[in-house]
Design a protein around this ligand. Structure first.
Ligand code: NDP
Length: 245
């Protein structure tokens, strides 16, 4: 019960890694605000864990500020922010449109920036906070993902910078960089490539030293560690969670 009396906000919490993270934090005592683009998936995750569901497009400053204000108003404080909201719009550079670029950069980079800026207010005031951003192994480069890999590398820089700025206020900021995780996102990648998802997963697993793909819970448990006081001297780091180095 590492999160007793703690309040957590998870964006992209209606699906995949965000949903697993919301569940993990709640199972250890946190009161969780589950945020997603649409209310329905957020509600499906929030209800069974006694959380609060909210619809919020993280690219929209007013919506983000209202979401954070509501978390503080309804749940009393804000201790943990996990930014899982994300999308992909993959294409080789010569086919990548301005919209593909803008949407991915805005969702990951601007979305995380807006959430972090809104959340730091409560965290600095209470001299306690944990932020975890979702990077990716794609930050190291991945064919067809100029937009996504740029955003995911940028989030590592954002985590390091905010660790410097917010450290004096007892706020830890870290990033987690997953490899292949079985979610709607990787299913969409297989569909785009015209590959059967089961075959895609087997192919991915064969490239991973631990010989299996990740599940959302594999990522959620590392995020939970970074949100807990067990990691209170860890800040500005990126932990790769990919079944290998
Ligand atoms: P999912 O697609 O399962 O979940 C992402 C959620 O974010 C969706 O519910 C999506 O809503 C929501 N979302 C998208 N855009 C916005 C927005 N503007 N505002 C609010 N919510 C939004 O993805 P994963 O769980 O796989 O991914 C979670 C995070 O982990 C992402 O940042 C992703 O980049 C990262 N990641 C995932 C990996 C993987 O292998 N799955 C690997 C490495 C990193 P909607 O469905 O309506 O679009």
């Amino acid at each position: 019960m590492r999160f007793t009396d703690r309040v957590a906000l998870v964006t992209g919490g209606g699906r995949g890694i965000g949903a697993a993270t919301a569940g993990r934090l709640a199972s250890e005592g946190a009161r969780v605000m589950v945020s997603d683009m649409d209310l329905e998936p957020a509600r499906e995750v929030a209800e069974p864990i006694g959380g609060v569901a909210v619809a919020c497009d993280v690219t929209q400053r007013e919506q983000v500020e209202e979401m954070v204000a509501r978390a503080v108003r309804e749940l009393g404080r804000l201790d943990v922010l996990v930014c899982c909201a994300g999308i992909i719009r993959d294409n080789l550079l010569f086919k990548m449109t301005d919209d593909d670029w803008d949407l991915v950069i805005d969702t990951h980079l601007k979305g995380t920036f807006l959430c972090a800026r809104a959340a730091q207010k409560a965290m600095v005031a209470q001299k306690y906070g944990k932020m975890v951003f979702l990077s990716s192994t794609s930050a190291l480069g991945n064919r067809g993902q100029t937009n996504y890999s740029t955003a995911k590398a940028g989030l590592q820089g954002m985590a390091r910078t905010l660790a410097l700025e917010l450290g004096p206020f007892n706020v830890n900021v870290n990033a987690v960089a997953p490899g292949f995780v079985e979610t709607r996102m990787t299913r969409a990648t297989a569909e785009r490539m015209g590959v059967d998802f089961e075959a895609f997963k087997i192919g991915a697993a064969s490239q991973i030293p631990l010989q299996r793909i990740g599940q959302p819970e594999d990522i959620a448990s590392v995020i939970a560690f970074l949100c807990s006081d067990e990691s209170s001297f860890v800040s500005g780091q990126t932990i790769y969670v990919r079944g290998g180095p």
